[in-house]
Design a protein around this ligand. Structure first.
Ligand code: KG4
Ligand code: ZN
Length: 336
């Protein structure tokens, strides 16, 4: 059988990334240039700055990905690129670069959905994982429960009605003065706190058992802090972090488990930046063991934005015959 080597590019948010992926699951290189230090100054991602930085870095990142993989463009069978969803200016940098290489070298072009990439990250280290399975995608921009019926075949089972789970982490971190990005900082601080100290209820959506709502929890945290100030009660940030984190994890577990049960699926995976949270993983692992469900998750480096996951998704799309033309455009609100 012929090998299929894919060069993948990801630039939907604040990571400029390129990777080389062989036969879908073998990562030959995975280069990420993160802009976090730059955006930290503003407390979040500034779209215009992100686009400019992508332009500065993209060539270098692609060259490095080819170098580390020890391949040249002659060895590349297809170029995979994230074309949505994401920041339009940021996406355009990757898409334009992918189209330019595709045109100059006559290499087939495969546009990839960012969420499909996150889900596909699970294939990298889990050789035995095959669809069908349920995936909980939890990132800064998305909270989706997705039923993966087959490679490239997705059904959205549940989603957030407002904020994404990662967004809630970021907002609560800001409220307690921890800075950006909030997820890892909350997780660290939570280890020193009592998760049962404060109750931060997370709303259920009537009639939609698999949907999430995280916009209220930030208000609960702010109300709690104001209440403490008024009553002159000491504010223990570690307890806030631990209790908030537990509330989010409990909500994620509850909805995921009912979806798994109702869809009669025996394999469960998680993906996205929030999936790198160790407390979340251990909790998921435990509940899945109790229920006899096989649980899979990517390493943290494949949870947050990267191009390896885009290369994996591109491989399965490529094998299914997906090809995009030079009219491929960035689609900021691309549906899965
Ligand atoms: O997947 P990702 O890199 O970008 C998007 O596609 O959105 O996810 C970034 C999000 C941020 O909101 C960040 O705070 C969150 O993932 N995150 C975490 C952790 N690490 C990153 N949330 C909770 N715990 C973590 N350890
Ligand atoms: Zn992402």
């Amino acid at each position: 059988e012929k090998n299929v080597t894919i060069l993948a590019i990801e630039s939907s948010c604040d990571e400029t990334a390129a990777a080389v992926v062989k036969n879908g699951r073998e990562i030959l290189s995975n280069i990420i240039s993160s802009q976090i230090e730059l955006h930290k100054l503003y407390g979040g991602v500034v779209p215009e700055i992100a686009s400019r930085k992508h332009i500065e870095k993209i060539n270098q990142v692609i060259d490095e990905a080819l170098d580390v993989a020890n391949v040249s463009l002659e060895d590349i069978d297809a170029i995979g690129v994230t074309y949505g969803p994401g920041l339009v200016g940021a996406l355009l940098v990757g898409v334009s670069q992918a189209k330019a290489i595709s045109f100059a070298r006559s290499i087939p072009l495969v546009g990839v959905h960012h969420i499909e990439g996150h889900i596909s990250a699970n294939y990298i280290e889990n050789a035995k994982l095959e669809p069908p399975f349920m995936c909980l995608v939890v990132s800064g921009g998305h909270t989706h429960l997705v039923y993966v019926r087959d490679y490239g075949k997705y059904e959205i089972v549940g989603r957030t009605r407002d904020d994404a789970a990662g967004e809630a982490f970021d907002k609560v971190a800001r409220a307690v003065g921890l800075g950006y990005p909030g997820g890892p900082k909350i997780e660290k601080l939570a280890k020193e706190g009592n998760e049962n100290a404060i109750s931060f209820p997370i709303a259920n959506i009537d009639g939609s058992p698999y949907d999430f709502s995280f916009s209220g929890v930030k208000s609960s945290v702010l109300n709690y802090i104001n209440g403490c100030k008024m009553k002159n009660v000491e504010i223990v940030k570690a307890n806030i972090a631990a209790s908030f984190q537990k509330a989010v994890i409990d909500a994620l577990i509850e909805k995921s488990m009912s979806a798994l049960n109702d869809y009669k699926v025996e394999k469960f995976t998680i993906a996205g930046g929030v999936a790198s949270n160790t407390t979340l993983r251990l909790a998921m692992q435990e509940i899945c063991e109790e229920r006899g469900i096989q649980f899979f998750h990517p390493s943290p480096i494949y949870c947050t934005d990267n191009a390896a996951m885009i290369g994996v998704a591109a491989y399965y799309e490529y094998m299914e015959g997906t090809r995009h033309g030079l009219d491929l455009n960035a689609v900021p609100n691309l549906k899965i």
